[in-house]
Design a protein around this ligand. Sequence first.
Ligand SMILES: [Fe+2]
Length: 209
Amino acid sequence: MSARLFSLLFLVGTSCAQFVPGTDTGNGLQNGCSVTPADTLGPYYVPNSPVSRTMCLGTSDDDYMFVKGTVYDVNCHPVHGANVEVWQADKTGLYYDDRCRVQFTADQQGKYSFVTTVPGKYLLGYYYRPAHIHYRVTAPGYREIITQLYFSHDDSLGANDPCGSACNSGSAELIMDIRAPTADDLVQIAQLVTFPISKVVEFNPVMSH
Ligand SMILES: [Fe+2]
């Protein structure tokens, strides 16, 4: 298993800008069904990741989250059968070639969900990038979405992100709240893992033709 540390590859020294709190953005469709903003693919994308709806699982006392959403088109219709690839750093901020990356297919209602570890933050130069999950969403007849999901109340978002203008962590449409699970969430979580999860994030990618 090869772990690669971002900070060794990206010795980017940038100034630490003023604190920008995360924004509470609801379900990701606060601007209607406008196309999800893009973000950088990053150097750790690996094609043909395994098909699974759980990733980055370690021990049952790790900090996990249930991520769910619906893939929409710009008319707010679900994109059924969209392929969703996700990859992230593990809880310590490390990327791997062979774990913490999966893909799956949205259902007939465009819905998807998966369980993962809360991603760790990693140094980019002297400063931490905000925690994030990378997404690549593809569907026949639609433009692919390459973006990143961020979490509100992370003090590395926006102007504090050492990725600077190459990343889009200041985009409210990519910053989602972490909330407690509903009863329905708990049912869905129990279909994927046998341990309890207290954090849920919703992210609804919007694709255009
Ligand atoms: Fe990343």
